[in-house]
Design a protein around this ligand. Sequence first.
Ligand code: ATP
Length: 448
Amino acid sequence: MASHTAGQQITITSKGRSSTLTLTDDSLRVQRQGEEWQDVQVPYRNVVWSEYVNGSLEISVLAKRGTRKKATKLVLVHLVTEVEEAQTEAVANFINTLTQHSYKGPQTPRRVKVLVNPHSGPGKAVQLFKQKVEPLFRAARCILDVTYTTSRGHATEIARDMSLDAYDAVAVMSGDGLVHEVLNGFAKHKDPMNALRIPIAQIPAGSGNGFSLNLLGLEEGADVSAAALNVVKGRPMKIDLFSFTQGDTRVLSFMSQCVGLMAELDIWTEHLSRFVVGYLTGLIRRRACPIKIQIKVAHLDKNEIYKTFKEARSRALEASSSDTIQPVPATEHSLIANGGSTVSSLPPLKYAGVDHEEDGWISVDKPTLFVYAGKGPYVSKDLMQFPTSLPDDGFIDVIVQERITRKQLLASMDGAVDGEHYWHPQVSVVPMLTRILNSQPSNAGTLL
Ligand SMILES: Nc1ncnc2c1ncn2[C@@H]1O[C@H](COP(=O)(O)OP(=O)(O)OP(=O)(O)O)[C@@H](O)[C@H]1O
């Protein structure tokens, strides 16, 4: 039975129970009688789907239960109610307006290739996928193609052979290792540059999940439901990749590369606090790594770098709230003619194999504890190693850590959890171009 429709509010009564739906400036509120979720209010971004068909109104939202810290995980809630004939038009109009707010345009279900690594991190990926992620994808009417990876390299093969027209996104339910595999699979694709244009989103199931933290922040980046919502509604963004060779093998990397102490730290502390234990052990050993490196610094002034970062961040926030989704522009230089059709190839390594100083390149020949290069602020939740890193400025933020005293080393990482170490006088986390000319055989690189 219709009771009233007042602008952005509608009340529907069905089987003696009423539901009132309200559109506020930035959220949808649903108040219902006799239901478990009696009063739900979510930002429009968290409206997964809304639809009115065959006399039934269906809205799926991601809502938070309670306000206590432990109770703030997002939960998928379905709001379903029958609508009587007399209200048909009012409900259809309401849903139309809601869709405009929540999707900023038509609701278009995405075609998603999903890769789930059953063995990533604590081993809960399959369970979480079935309980939280798949229901959300289904609610958003996504067209799914799910593969549970069976071995190391499986995701690389799938990405290498992927049909590029078949998917709008690849969702990687795993840690950073599987994202790395997908990227390197795309690099081996017969049309690599176009393969690399397919958006990749991580759903955090690994131990570090740095990529997800960098995309969505500390809270949402650790929440599988928020990350799944990003697959459903996120906007594609460009991220720089870097590339190097190991022997004859060319590798793409998307987050961080390290030689020396930090590389060992990752091995030692795989299942502990990734950072603290390993760093302290390395600090006691203070072993210099044999490395020959040349760098070309882009910016040195920390205040300037920070200002550039803040400006880029506010531009990105503004763009993300705008109504249009900008397509990722074609990378023209990578396109080559091939028998009448156009395919792409990876661009050649730009700074490979040069071993002399020229055009601003300088050699670092002091004993070096580690070289740590990265894209994106977080390496893991307890280490914001590159706090002013920008996703697509064409540079890698690099720390070349000389062999200073243990006391200085300890001080230089003070505040690294939230990036405060950036301001320490001993620390220079600066954007630069880097070429590692050689290092120990175990982690030899030719170029970043
Ligand atoms: N079925 C499988 N059995 C064994 N290894 C697998 C399987 N599927 C994928 N892998 C491998 O597991 C590796 C590690 O996985 P992943 O990075 O996802 O988790 P993690 O190491 O726990 O997370 P993080 O990298 O965030 O710390 C991947 O590089 C991949 O090659």
